[in-house]
Design a protein around this ligand. Structure first.
Ligand code: ADP
Length: 629
């Protein structure tokens, strides 16, 4: 091919600029990134080689080499992994996955340059970390299964060049030309220290080699050099196989970063082994923060799978139920055949057993974490809505999951969440059900007129304001033998039997007195509401809207419409507070004055729940007229 020079996509140029000029103190992590990529490339070659024998016909001894040349100020990180052809180079080293580009820029803008290392990791562009220490990077690679080698080169001037190259062996070499102030990485001790620190668990030997050997090298120097070049810098022990007592937290943390490309330490580390029906070792992690991908339905998820130390694949989604997709980690089992395909694993009985053991372990970890309110609070903030998904989808564990849910309540101050068992514990003795109200915003839920009587009777109300809460109501059903009741639908009654009886009598009497008025309201609002009734749930507000027992929640209707579905208008019931002075006053109005008051009353009910009024212009006119009076 002709040598081809391309401009980096604008985003990358911008990013490189930031990388180069970043004052980030831990520039050393560039080595971890390159070694990680090399290890991944070998993993891939090894895995593909299981089925495509031609790819590994050279019978490789898998290894990674770090070769330094002090005179030329270069370091070359080489592997004999899968390799890249020109197209791969263009795709992998010239662009950020297009789906991520926009998000990256956005995050960069929001968080600023300081967050750069974290963002590089989060967006899977670790390779560019090389430019923190090097002013020129050259990649030479020969892809397994092909016969030509290619070179990718860039000096951070906004462009890169891809051209033909020569390389005997399959694999990739990344050569960095260090900047003058970054030559510390040419030193054996520094490199050795970094590998121990960040990459000790890498499963392939990482060897050190010196390129520029002085012609007059002394015998003892030669001996020492050969000795250090003969053994790997890393111990290569699979962390999940080691006794957790013998593993330092930093080792777990570095492994986590290698595995996930997260730049932060994990929030929780869960090493454990499965015994009994299936034997396996697992090392699981809960990250500190949710990534955007966790909320994209088709993004990669799942654990990495090893069979007897051999890497089978990452993103094994069959090892985790979808709602636990925030959990990262590794499972290693000797009970699976080496030659398994993803498809076979999909409905493998052993996998199903591992999945349920892994799920149980994660849930029990969260149950323990629950005792530490602050810690669980942080977890909940990051991943709570995913657990809610589990109540809906994991029938088997739904009861356990319900105990892990937290909600804001009408009584608690903003930001304070309670577990369902705490809610139940605080229920007044006469309260039989668990009350909730759905709204888009917590403020609206707190102010909802529908919860007034409940509050007056000393009952607290769960505020369901997360978009998934609404779907969840279907699956929640009961907790501790108590039904979940939406205070904005159907009939609700509060207080003791005697109180309810007295209320019935008062309501019957009021209904008789207000009969004509109620009929007029119903007739006037015919096109908007299905019925007008006296309320048992209001205390201070004159009116509210409630759904029929089996109606769809209004926000779901809004959402389905937004998705283009034709959802017929389901009219709600307007409930009036017969003891409210406004209702009493309206009952004595007539003609146009009454019509206007009824229209305003209805609009005020909409506004109270955060819904838009039906006819804004008319509403405005009525309000001005009212103010003039
Ligand atoms: P990430 O590794 O998170 O995907 P990087 O920017 O580090 O992001 O690397 C981009 C891509 O370049 C990798 O996904 C891989 O496809 C390719 N790549 C990088 N280093 C190597 C290597 N040593 N061998 C083969 N492919 C590589």
């Amino acid at each position: 091919m002709d040598s081809k020079t391309n401009q980096f996509k604008a985003e990358i140029a911008e990013m490189l600029d930031l990388v180069v000029n970043s004052l980030y103190s831990k520039k050393e992590i560039f080595l971890r990134e390159l070694v990680s990529n090399a290890s991944d490339a070998i993993d891939r070659a090894k895995y593909l080689g299981l089925t495509e024998k031609d790819l590994v016909a050279d019978n490789p001894e898998w290894a990674i080499e770090i070769a330094v040349d002090k005179t030329a100020k270069t370091m070359m990180v080489s592997d004999n992994g899968i390799g890249m052809d020109a197209e791969d180079m263009e795709k992998n080293l010239g662009t950020i996955a297009s789906s991520g580009t926009k998000a990256f820029r956005q995050a960069l803008k929001e968080k600023g340059g300081d967050a750069l290392p974290e963002l590089i990791g989060q967006f899977g562009v670790g390779f560019y970390a090389a430019f923190m220490v090097a002013d020129k990077v050259r990649v030479v690679s020969k892809k397994r299964g092909t016969s030509s080698a290619f070179m990718w080169e860039s000096s951070m001037d906004g462009s890169y060049t891809i051209s033909d190259a020569t390389r005997e062996a399959f694999g990739t070499s990344i050569m960095l030309h260090f900047r003058d102030d970054q030559t510390e990485y040419l030193d054996y001790w520094r490199v050795s220290e970094l590998i121990k620190k960040y990459s000790d668990f890498i499963a392939y030997p990482i060897k050190f080699r010196q390129i520029d050997i002085p012609k007059d090298e002394k015998d003892e120097d030669k001996k020492w050099r050969e000795e250090r070049e003969s053994k790997p810098l890393n111990t290569m022990v699979a962390l999940w196989k080691r006794n957790k007592k013998d593993v330092k937290p930093e080792e777990y943390n570095e492994f986590y970063k290698h595995l996930t490309r997260d730049w932060e330490d994990p929030f929780e580390t869960i090493p454990f082994s499965g015994e009994g029906q299936v034997e396996f070792k697992a090392l699981l992690f809960i990250p500190k923060k949710a990534t955007m991908e966790m909320f994209m339905p088709h993004e990669k998820r799942g654990l990495s799978l090893y069979v007897r130390n051999v890497f089978i694949g990452d993103d094994m989604e069959m090892l985790l139920p979808p709602y636990l997709r925030f959990v990262k980690g590794v499972v290693d089992s000797a009970d699976l055949p080496l030659n398994v395909s993803r498809e076979m694993l999909q409905d493998d009985a052993i996998i199903a057993k591992i999945k349920s053991a892994v799920t149980a372990k994660i849930l029990s970890t969260l149950e323990t974490m629950k005792k530490d309110a602050a810690k669980y609070g942080d977890f909940w903030k990051a991943f709570g809505s995913l657990l809610k998904e589990g109540v809906h989808t994991d029938y088997q564990n739904a009861e356990r999951l319900k105990k892990l849910l937290k909600y804001p309540t009408a009584r608690g101050e903003a930001g304070k969440l309670v577990f369902l068992e705490d809610y139940v514990k605080d229920m007044p003795s006469e309260q039989k059900d668990i009350y909730y109200i759905i709204a888009e915003r917590e403020e609206d839920a707190r102010r909802a007129p529908q919860i007034e009587q409940a509050r007056k009777h000393g009952a607290d109300v769960l505020l369901f304001c997360d978009p998934v809460d609404e779907y969840l109501t279907e699956s929640l059903r009961e907790f501790d033998g108590k039904k979940f009741v939406d205070l904005a639908r159907g009939d609700v009654r509060f207080g003791s039997e005697a109180e309810q009886k007295a209320e019935n009598e008062a309501n019957e009497k009021a209904a008789g007195e207000l009969k004509g008025f109620l009929e007029t309201v119903k007739k006037t609002l015919e096109s908007s509401v299905s019925d007008v009734k006296l309320s048992t749930r209001l205390a201070d507000s004159p009116c509210c809207l409630v759904a029929k027992e089996n109606a769809m929640p209004p926000s779901m209707v809004r959402m389905m419409r937004a998705m283009g579905q034709d959802v017929p208008e389901e009219k709600r019931i307007l409930e009036l507070n017969s003891s409210h002075p406004l209702i009493k006053k309206m009952a004595s109005m007539k003609g146009a004055e009454l019509d206007d008051a009824i229209a305003l009353l209805y609009d005020s009910a909409l506004i109270a729940e955060g819904s838009p009024v039906t006819d804004g212009a008319r509403f405005g006119k009525l309000i001005s007229a009212l103010m003039m009076k």
